[in-house]
Design a protein around this ligand. Sequence first.
Ligand code: PRP
Ligand code: URA
Length: 213
Amino acid sequence: MGQVTERVTVVDHPLVQHKLTLLRDKTRSTADFRRLMNEIGMFLAYEVTRDLPLATREIETPIERMSAPVIAGKKLVFAPILRAGIGFLDGMLTLVPSARVAHIGLYRDPETLEAVEYYFKAPSDVAERLVVVMDPMLATANSAVAAITRLKERGVVDMRFVCLLAAPEGIAKLRAAHPDVPIWTAAIDARLNDHGYIVPGLGDAGDRMYGTK
Ligand code: PRP
Ligand code: URA
């Protein structure tokens, strides 16, 4: 599962760590960056769903009837923060194909680093479901805090946040703003630089994923 402190889980699986190193490398191509992000998304989906409650269902194998475990309750919701959160989505949906999707469009104002919303579309019954909010980068946490606040305004009470890289400043801010929302990350980096970028980080995740630099 990885190391857990104060509701922050670092997913230290060797394959995740290896793929993260490949992603950080500035010579990685756009195509490989996207592929690796999706692959890591699968591992993170595996970890973030590890403790989902199970129910039992009566089925018939070719040999006999049995009570077999199935995921209990309503289908969960994956909520990528656009654009970069989309990088995890296909990988996560590969593992949980029946999940619903809520899109949250936010960009960081380059001067103020405040999150600006430009799109929001969630299932009408989102409040009744577990929502996994995803964004590869937790830097100042302004985007994550805004996304989670928006979902709470829609009545969501059960949320988890998944990222690839977190800055200590971002973790502290998200923990303070939404202490009820546990965090999963593949790594906690050293700090933020003067422009709000994670150091050593991987640069601008959206630009690297879509080749827009
Ligand atoms: C990036 C990233 C996060 C946000 C993290 O998005 O994908 O959403 O910054 O920074 P924060 O924790 O300081 O809010 P960006 O605004 O660059 O938009 P993009 O994903 O569309 O490129
Ligand atoms: N957004 C990114 O894409 N990268 C960072 O390092 C910080 C915010």
